[in-house]
Ligand binder design. Structure first.
Ligand SMILES: NC(=O)c1ccc[n+]([C@@H]2O[C@H](COP(=O)([O-])OP(=O)(O)OC[C@H]3O[C@@H](n4cnc5c(N)ncnc54)[C@H](O)[C@@H]3O)[C@@H](O)[C@H]2O)c1
Length: 357
């Protein structure tokens, strides 16, 4: 069995879980880690016993033995330069969402990956949620007939929301509903989004970084399917789980309701009160098990490289998702629907919004 040398750049929360998954895998010959926080690098060195550990990602880029790189850095503007350098060096790359900060950067990464003939994917981990995989299978098998409407309502706890939104001003549509836009477009393919109407509401987050607490996005697909996706991050810190999602899919021949509110594992202690463990979006290691989606997603990308199969998430799809949440940001700001693909006028409006920020 062929093995690969793999690296993780940025070993915080998600990168830490990816590195831990990789170090346990028989498909990995050697693991390399990179992290700019020396204390975290040492912590991860102790946990994963890597072949090398560095503070400078250029050491990963210049090591020809490393074939596969997972990029899990924050703040999000680090994604583009690090991914660009890795792809140019001929590495296969899994990059956490968002693919980039603007569409031209996303295009650049996609073009480089094509030129270099390497695999490039984005970490849309919800595709590895069994409930969402089941939805895809049900739609593909025609169980629901022609899909008429999809509704997703996703809410994070405030503690997680503040952590995400504090890094850089990105909207709930860009940071949270991005997962739902991704999997709903995947369910409905080959239909494509043609119009987005979005509204946002301010709450406690406004003072923190100027973001909405909650955004609801209505997306019209080119076959007429109606998609409504809401995302918020203001559940009180005492709310006992991290992420609660409710999904309704209706079609001409049936409907599928998915309760992903993650209230099914209930821990109550004198110290911490009520918690719902294993309720974050990426999931977590539980001793010998991985409870959630990021572990299987990490291994799927390794297998895609070793078996030369396309990864589940194409970067072109991630770009379409990006264009849709940018349309949502514009629409929420101007209070009008925005057509896709984005016109030059819409792009200019977006540039004005960013400049004003
Ligand atoms: N798929 C999911 O479900 C999911 C969930 C949460 C976050 N994410 C995405 O994953 C990414 C990481 O999020 P996180 O919560 O793990 O963030 P984090 O802040 O916990 O970790 C990021 C790490 O990157 C390190 N870093 C920054 N610049 C670096 C550089 N140049 N070289 C090496 N290391 C560097 C930071 O020191 C930090 O430890 C984000 O882009 C986020 O959008 C995805």
């Amino acid at each position: 069995m062929r093995q690969v040398e793999a690296a993780v750049i940025g070993t915080g929360w998600c990168g830490g879980m990816r590195a831990e998954t990789l170090t346990k895998s028989a498909l990995v010959d050697k693991l390399h880690i990179c992290e700019i926080r020396p204390d975290r690098l040492e912590e991860m060195r102790a946990l994963t016993n890597p072949a090398s550990a560095t503070l400078d990602y250029h050491d990963i880029v210049s090591n020809p033995a490393i074939e596969v790189v997972y990029i899990s850095t924050t703040p999000e503007p680090t994604h583009y330069p690090i991914a660009r350098d890795c792809l140019k060096a001929g590495k296969h790359v899994l990059l956490e969402k968002p693919i980039a900060m603007d569409l031209s950067e996303a295009d650049d990464l996609i073009n480089i990956s094509r030129e270099m003939g390497v695999k490039f994917t984005i970490g849309y981990s919800q595709r590895f949620n069994p409930k969402i995989a089941y939805a895809r299978k049900s739609v593909a098998e025609g169980k629901l007939g022609k899909v008429v409407n999809v509704m997703v309502s996703r809410h994070l706890s405030r503690s997680l929301g503040a952590r995400i939104a504090n890094r850089v001003k990105l909207s709930p549509a860009a940071m949270e509903s991005t997962h739902d836009l991704d999997f709903v477009f995947w369910l409905l393919a080959p239909a494509k989004p043609v119009k987005v109407y979005s509204q946002g509401a301010y709450g406690y987050m406004k003072e923190l970084n100027g973001s909405y607490d909650c955004m609801w996005n209505t997306v019209t697909m080119d076959d007429g399917t109606l998609v409504v996706i809401g995302g918020g991050w203001n559940l009180p810190p005492s709310y006992p789980n991290y992420c609660a999602t409710w999904i309704e899919i209706t079609g001409t021949e049936g409907s599928l309701i998915l309760d992903d509110t993650q209230r099914d594992n209930w821990l109550n202690t004198m110290e911490g009160g009520t918690r719902f463990p294993m309720s974050t979006m990426p999931g977590e290691h539980v001793d010998h098990m991985y409870a959630g989606q990021m572990g299987p997603e990490t291994l799927h990308f390794l297998e895609s490289v070793l078996l030369d199969r396309p990864p589940l998430v194409a970067p072109e799809h991630a770009r379409m998702v990006m264009e849709s949440y940018l349309a949502a940001d514009i629409s929420a700001e101007i209070g009008e629907p925005v057509s896709l693909p984005l016109s030059n006028h819409a792009l200019a409006t977006l540039a004005d919004i960013k400049a004003a920020e």
